[in-house]
Design a protein around this ligand. Sequence first.
Ligand code: SF4
Ligand code: SF4
Length: 256
Amino acid sequence: MAQDIEETIRGFFEDHLGKISCKGVLGYAKFKDVYDELMSIQQQRLKRISADKFDELVESGSIISFGIAYQDAAIDAISRTKEDGTDYELWNFYSREYDRLNRLLNQTAQAIADRFNGIPITATLNGLSGNVKHVTDYYGLTISHRTVAEMAGLGWRGKNGLLINEEFSCAIRFASVITSLTLASPGRIGSQCGVCHACEDVCTFIRNRETLPNYRENCRKYLVHLQSEGLTHEVCGKCIRACYRNSIFNEQFNLE
Ligand code: SF4
Ligand code: SF4
């Protein structure tokens, strides 16, 4: 019975991907596993979103994690140079794709929630990097979709802090749907990064993440800088392109 509903949700998602001409992944995490893993400010947010269903969800609920992958041309547009310097016009192809995927994720989360009586958690917030004082100001405003995807076994947490899926690398964005359905979850996959250091090679913040007070704050400031240079959204993506194109898994990853 549980297996039937898992397959029905997966089938619904795959049909939806076909309609929007995208590739993606879907998996199931136990609600409690995600809750236990979140930082306390996000636990409070998850509790608020769940409202009077919280106790039941902790007992037997799940969170559906799903991701939509980028086109590889968008990843290849990241941080390229032309004769007179960085090609921000090309980089904006990736920037616009980031925004398009967020909108598709939000629509898909709503569609899954409507069909299976769930609660959608939309994709990461846009437009705040320049308006917050510190990256920690973000933490209470969202639920980490990476944590949900990780607890759903959709990949491992890479050295770049992103979820690395075995097919799409980290060139994929996630959203989630809370459900009171009890769905089987494979749980977390341990890191497979091994000796790879492609993301560390392209980003000094990742390379020095152990010694910096909070390398994500350095990243946030860099995103603000890139927007001042002409990017249309709060993106960088250099560590994504490095993982997809230059990591030890580059032959295995495939967005085409
Ligand atoms: S997005 Fe850019 S600045 Fe941020 S961690 Fe990745 S490569 Fe570094
Ligand atoms: S580039 Fe290599 S080390 Fe970095 S996240 Fe990807 S697989 Fe891991």
